[in-house]
Design a binder for this molecule. Structure first.
Ligand code: PLP
Length: 398
């Protein structure tokens, strides 16, 4: 079956997609309906941490599907207990509520913080968030986000999310008052173009929130689960959060996310939070398999090492073609282009069988599988180098 023979007009359009239809994935490679192969440095938006269709996840799904898929969130199941215990063992937090998407986990974090504010901080409910932040696409998480393009969308907004610039501790201090219940941010703003919260800022935020008796909420949906070379990005700065959200890599490609919190903050009462599919056995089996792979000795060290290798290769390209900064941590990396040519490079990449992302017109983002090989990194930079070398040709065709 050819990509061209698919009709896409029965889908609600939510974004511009190329007329390509993928049918298979293996490791760092995707295959479309025409049999064309693509080297994938997007990986479902930093989701497929072990690459496409890894054997361990396929086996976990197959085995669990024959045993128990879903017993209702009204009951405990073995998988949810085991996965929550793994998160507790490997993080600074004690309790987990499982969700189906990052936005749902963040929505839960906002609810938990508001409930905590109601019970322990005289009804405080405001959560200070960052300019250019991305926390999801529900109404509350869109309001918590700082995407300028969303400023007028779906009015009226959920209120209670004053914004401050990233890495400006004084601005946070000034924004805190009696209605403030917490500060929420991503350790690295992925969707904004891999903008890093500095370790000093995160440490400062931890001290400040402690001093003021409010919550530090870290959205680790993109940075968590090994992406930055540590299991959780907060480990780089040592700024332990009170609440953390996970998603993307936690499920390695299946819909799984988590709201994780310090024991003392967990104040939901029966009926406050829930959901039909939350914590179902099938997704739990995948989460456990991901966790086991990621906590094997040497796995995270390799992520850090390959991240450095990727950065070195991109720096060489940047020097050769007069481009800008390379930034990021582990395998969440960006290359600044200095000009708004990102979308054209993405287009040329598609033609040449490379999937990369341009979160801003002047930036490319790289988020390969965490087990990507050096050979694949070399292949990617070779294709990118070719695209940059032939810039005159594709710019002419514009
Ligand atoms: N938070 C961050 C930092 C993200 O990067 C994303 C997704 O890109 C989300 C939240 C939303 O997650 P989801 O798309 O699973 O709802």
């Amino acid at each position: 079956m050819k990509s061209k023979s698919y009709s896409f007009d029965s889908l609600i359009e939510i974004t511009k997609r190329p007329p390509i239809c993928f049918v298979e994935g293996r490791g760092s490679w995707l295959t479309d309906a025409d049999g064309k192969k693509y080297l994938d440095f997007i990986q479902g938006w930093a989701v497929n941490c072990l690459g496409h269709s890894p054997r361990v996840l396929a086996e976990a799904l197959a085995k669990q599907s024959k045993k128990l898929i879903n017993c209702s969130p009204a009951f405990y199941n073995e998988g949810m207990v085991r996965l929550a215990e793994l998160i507790k063992k490997h993080s600074c937090l004690q309790r987990t509520f499982f969700a189906n998407s990052g936005a749902e986990a963040n929505e839960g974090a906002i609810k938990l913080a508001r409930k905590w504010g109601q019970k322990f901080r005289n009804g405080a409910y405001e959560i200070i968030t960052m300019d250019h932040a991305f926390h999801g696409r529900t109404l509350a998480t869109m309001a918590a986000s700082g995407k300028p393009e969303w400023a007028q969308l779906y009015e009226p907004k959920v209120s209670g999310f004053p914004k401050v610039p990233l890495n400006d501790l004084d601005a946070v201090r000034q924004a805190i008052h009696e209605r403030t219940v917490g500060v929420m941010l991503e350790p690295i703003q992925g969707e904004a173009g891999v903008l890093m919260a500095t370790d000093a800022f995160l440490k400062g935020l931890r001290d400040l929130t402690r001093e003021k008796g409010i919550l530090l909420i870290l959205d680790e949906i993109q940075t968590g689960m090994g992406r930055t070379g540590k299991l959780f990005a907060y480990e780089h700065s040592g700024a332990d959060p009170d609440i953390m959200t996970l998603g993307k890599g936690l499920g390695g490609g299946v819909p799984l996310a988590a709201l994780v919190a310090r024991e003392a903050v967990c104040c939901f009462e029966p009926g406050d939070q829930g959901g039909t599919f939350n914590g179902n056995s099938l997704m739990m089996a995948v989460g456990i398999a991901v966790f086991k792979e990621m906590t094997k000795p040497g796995f995270l060290a390799k992520v850090a090492e390959k991240g450095k290798y990727l950065q070195t290769k991109l720096e060489a390209l940047s020097a050769k073609f007069g481009l800008g900064e390379v930034r990021g941590r582990g395998l969440l990396t960006a290359l600044e282009l200095n000009e708004e040519i990102g979308p054209r490079i993405v287009e040329e990449g598609l033609k040449k069988g490379l999937l990369i992302n341009s979160p801003r017109k002047n930036t490319l983002r790289f988020m390969p599988a965490l087990n990507v090989s050096r050979t694949e990194i070399n292949q990617m930079t070779a294709i990118l180098g070719k695209i940059l070398e032939t810039r005159g040709e594709w710019e002419e065709k514009k």
